[in-house]
Design a protein around this ligand. Structure first.
Ligand SMILES: C[S@@+](CC[C@H](N)C(=O)[O-])C[C@H]1O[C@@H](n2cnc3c(N)ncnc32)[C@H](O)[C@@H]1O
Ligand code: SF4
Length: 453
């Protein structure tokens, strides 16, 4: 991107394209130098550390693909490919467990795709493996991403029976015109029924995913969507800006770009949704999350223990996150590792007894320092650079060029930067990605990103 020059308007900020920083360095800066051997080394190093680890399982299958979807998944109506996938997944789990050893698990996360397409037997087998290889306790957070269109009463009870205690539901938008434009018809009653089933089964920690910036959205339609969502009282809400990347996700070519809101309306949609959620009593968390006061995520914000990882904001503090499945990304103290995306290729590698790592990143000392700074900005909208430099044994001077880049934002009165401390004073949710990007040493040398707001 071109960094901000003299005259900064919020408009400029909206148009700036910056990463979402779910990792630093970001995924476009991962390299194929990190493969199976390097990942083995990462796991060996992680095995030498104490403390719990986290597990992420990627299920890249859906019944059909929503037009807007930016996730790595594919459509299938048959169960055979899913069954075959699960078998390989179990081999991968055994392989990683043999290398990292028996560890306590603080967090399990099923993502996708649509994890709920797995049969009960498949869930039981994988969760059984987790119990066999790792220490899963009653305090392990066990979360799943759910599509409300595929969740009956029986399935909700089943998920509770295998230990699932948190669910995030893909709500997106309740407006029928928006739903038609995004290829996802999901009446409010469907979401209400899913919420009832989950609560009835004892899975009471619920989160909703909402998206602004979708085709056909208006200020009044998004206000109604938020009101409907609020009536169901989820504990948390993720309010994502629609990322339109049709060069990367061909299904998004089905979105009529003429119906997409322009940058001004997009900002207004975000403001409206943000304001309505806040007015309903939720605490804004970072750039796109909200939590009820008293919820663990709101607490993590106030105690400055909130973290950010590939799934977004989290209360999980584990330093090692193991990714299972095609395209999954893991983080270890030594670096990041991403599995190959193609499921056939992933299967071939695992069946051949090798890790399926295709790309990744060995972290340098400076990467670690900058990753910490960027995470602080994304989580808390401020950072104590002196403290960060001291923690990493670095000199504050390492940031001098970065601080220069913030000058226009400082002159606008939105950001302060003195005494080694940077704080965003206004428009935090809109500005955090941009302010963080000032500390990104690789910015402008990677792929294309979506707009900041
Ligand atoms: C991997 S999906 C899993 C949820 C589940 N498959 C469903 O659709 O209900 C996680 C969330 O990512 C968000 N998402 C997907 N594509 C997006 C895009 N292009 N821009 C912004 N958010 C997106 C949606 O809010 C979705 O609920
Ligand atoms: S939004 Fe969810 S259901 Fe729709 S295609 Fe993406 S992962 Fe599948």
């Amino acid at each position: 991107m071109t960094y901000l020059d003299e005259a900064v308007s919020l408009e400029t900020v909206i148009r700036a394209t910056v990463p979402r920083y779910t990792s630093y360095p970001t995924a476009p800066h991962f390299s194929t130098d990190v493969g199976a051997d390097a990942y083995g080394g990462f796991l060996d190093r992680a095995a030498a550390e104490d403390g719990p680890i986290s597990l992420y399982v990627h299920i890249p299958f859906c019944h059909s693909i929503c037009h807007y979807c930016g996730c790595t998944t594919k459509a299938t109506r048959r169960y055979a490919p899913i069954e075959a996938y699960v078998e390989v997944l179990r081999s991968e789990i055994a392989m990683v467990a043999a290398r990292i050893g028996r560890r306590a698990v603080s967090h399990i996360h099923w993502g996708g795709g649509t994890p709920n397409l797995l049969s009960a037997a498949a869930f039981e087998a994988i969760v059984g493996d987790f119990h066999r290889f790792f220490d899963i306790g009653s305090d392990t957070e066990h979360a799943i991403e759910l599509d409300p269109r595929h969740l009956g009463e029986e399935r909700a009870s089943f998920l509770a029976s295998i230990g699932v205690n948190r669910a995030s539901l893909g709500v997106q938008d309740f407006d029928p015109a928006v739903q038609a434009a995004i290829g996802r018809i999901q009446p409010a009653e469907t979401v209400m029924a899913a919420v009832d089933h989950l609560r009835g089964a004892g899975i009471t920690s619920l989160s909703f995913d909402l998206i602004y910036g979708l085709p056909e959205q208006t200020v009044s339609s998004i206000r109604r969507t938020v009101e409907t969502a609020m009536a169901l009282a989820p504990d948390r809400i993720s309010l994502f800006g629609y990322a339109h990347v049709p060069w990367f996700r061909v299904n998004q070519k089905l979105i009529d770009t003429a119906k997409l809101p322009g940058s001004e309306l997009r900002l207004e949609l975000e403001r409206t949704a943000h304001g309505s959620i806040k007015a309903a009593g939720y605490t804004p968390v970072g750039i796109d999350h909200f939590a009820r006061p008293g919820d663990a995520m709101a607490l993590a914000l106030s105690t400055r223990t909130l973290r950010r990882n590939f799934q977004g904001y989290t209360t999980d503090r584990a330093d090692t996150l193991i990714g299972f499945g095609a395209s999954s990304i893991g983080r270890t103290p030594a670096g990041y590792a991403q599995n190959v995306t193609d499921t056939g290729n992933w299967r071939e590698r695992i069946v051949g007894g090798r890790f399926a790592t295709e790309r990744g990143r060995v972290l340098t000392a400076e990467d670690r320092l900058r990753a910490d700074v960027i995470e602080q900005i994304l989580c808390f909208f401020d950072v104590d650079l002196s403290a960060m430099a001291a923690r990493h044994g670095a000199d504050l001077a390492v940031f001098s060029a970065d601080l220069d880049k913030l000058e226009p934002l400082v002159r606008s009165g939105w950001v302060t930067a003195h005494g080694g401390r940077v704080a965003i004073l206004r428009h935090g949710a809109e500005l955090a990605r941009l302010v963080a990007s000032a500390f990104d040493a690789y910015l402008g040398t990677g792929g294309r990103h979506s707009v900041a707001v």
